[in-house]
Design a protein around this ligand. Sequence first.
Ligand SMILES: *Cc1c(COP(=O)(O)O)cnc(C)c1O
Length: 228
Amino acid sequence: MEVERKYALIKAKIEEACKNVNRNTEEIKVVAVTKYVSTQRAKEALEAGIEDFGENRDDGLIEKWEVLGNQPVWHFIGTLQTRKVRNVIDKVSYIHSLDRLSLAKEIDKRTDRRIKCFVQVNVSGEESKHGLDAEKVIPFIKELEQHKNILVVGLMTMAPHTKDEQVLRSCFRRLKSIQEEIKNLNLEYAPCDELSMGMSNDYIIAIEEGATFIRIGTALVGEEIKEA
Ligand SMILES: *Cc1c(COP(=O)(O)O)cnc(C)c1O
């Protein structure tokens, strides 16, 4: 019950972070990133009471979905190739990586329910990172209106790989400020109430800066498969 112990530890840290900035712990959803682990380990996470799972590849998601079904809420968190959309669309509740119109169009075409999407933003401007540049986010969201099955629930980012707290903090703050601009547009299809930010190494800072979905792999379920 290794996962159970780690989950308890993370919950305690979330509580502390929330206390520091006067937030309610109920605002934070933990998404267990199961991409590095077996279905068996994912099952343990489910038994430990974790309700939301994230995968970054269609085959990884399908493999676990075939065993665990819709008991966890599934999040697709990685770069999604357009041709893979049809493999995952009926299995996922959330897509955290909407970053282009061709993907929006394919999602819209392959489903008849509204898919909760995060628009992925490359806040740091690092070339290796996926997502839209900050200044392109609002024009992009405006173009999504015609895609009736897309609901923009929020924005997602991956912070740079650094221990520099100021760099991380300013990245998360920037995402929050873009979110506020979008909320002010009052778009029915883009309420944008959520912020998906924070991973094993930076989730405390992300919570302090307003995260509502944190995506934790290594620190929660560990790493059994070293690839992905
Ligand atoms: C792998 C991954 C995570 C989790 O990373 P950890 O550092 O193991 O917590 C979160 N978000 C995305 C998009 C990922 O690909």
